[in-house]
Design a protein around this ligand. Structure first.
Ligand code: KIV
Length: 292
């Protein structure tokens, strides 16, 4: 019990402190336990179980069809795969618009059943009383302004948002209202870099940018974009850190060829009736080596 940590994960106050201390916050999306564990090992501060799963996991053309059941399943997977990062569940379209009570019930499920420590929701305005209530009952909320993909049917495209002076002022007011309502951070998606800088300067809570330039307090990307796995569409703010799609196609096609040509599996990759793969291996080396 001596080394049992009271709260082993990155906390919301730690993220807020990062802004004050000028340490950039790094987040990434995750949808399953294996990738979440790798991303955690690579050093991110938080993982967002984004409803971008609608695009990259479920194959929909928008995030609109994502359901509570689907998002809860993915959130459980990411929580089980991690032990250090803050896990934030993205509230899907329809899960926070109906009523404050309904939203609290859904958000509670993300913490109790999904193992998340916070939720994210897109928008402001009508959501302010809902956010206040969530924070009151103990659920940290991350806001999301700018390009909010759940409003695709209003926007009609995934273009840069808040380009006019009037729209920029509305976004600034919304950001301040989200902060006043108790949000611990705000995602700024695809807005002009100069506006993101102004919002970041005006707020005491961190801004997390995606396609909004370098002046935010942190950055987030969709993991499939960063890894170059999702290569159907590449806005200019995305940097591929590997050509995942090419690597995966290459690996799978090598395996297909090996199977067809009889090169896989080999004798060394096959079992005989005396084998027990789980038996403890006989160790070689000197007794001193073995004691280490
Ligand atoms: O759903 C998502 O992945 C997101 C990020 C792009 C911020 O909301």
């Amino acid at each position: 019990m001596s080394d049992l940590k009271v709260f082993p994960r990155v906390t919301v106050p730690q993220l807020i402190r990062s802004k004050r201390e000028g340490r950039k916050i790094v987040g990434l999306t995750a949808y399953d336990a294996v990738f979440a564990a790798l991303e955690e090992e690579a050093g991110v501060d938080f993982l967002l179980v984004g409803d971008s799963a609608g695009n990259v996991i479920a194959g929909h053309s928008t995030t609109i069809p994502m359901t509570m059941d689907a998002m809860l399943f993915l959130t459980r997977c990411v929580s089980r795969g991690t032990s250090r990062v803050l896990v934030i569940a993205d509230m899907p379209f329809g899960s926070f618009q109906v009523s404050v009570e309904d939203t609290v019930g859904n958000a509670v499920r993300f913490l109790k059943e999904g193992g998340a420590q916070a939720v994210k929701m897109e928008g402001a305005g009508y959501l302010i009383p809902t956010i206040r209530r969530l924070v009151d009952v103990g659920i940290p909320v991350m806001g999301h302004l700018g390009l909010t993909p759940q409003r695709i049917n209003i926007f009609g495209s995934y273009d840069v948002q808040a380009k006019t002076r009037e729209e920029a002022e509305t976004l600034m007011d919304d950001a301040k209202a989200l902060q006043d309502a108790g949000c611990f951070a705000i995602v700024l998606e695809k807005i002009p870099s100069s506006l993101a800088a102004r919002v970041t300067e005006a707020l005491s809570i961190p801004t997390i940018g995606i396609g909004s330039g370098p002046h935010c307090d942190g950055q987030i990307l969709v993991s499939y974009d960063l890894l170059g796995v999702f290569d159907k569409f590449k806005p200019k703010f995305i940097r591929h850190y590997m050509d995942g799609a090419k690597l995966i196609r290459g690996a799978v096609s090598s395996w297909v060829e090996d199977v067809r040509e009889g090169r896989y599996p080999t004798a060394a990759e096959s079992y005989d009736s005396t084998e027990d793969e789980n038996a403890p291996k006989r160790r070689s080396g000197t007794p001193t080596d073995q004691a280490r």
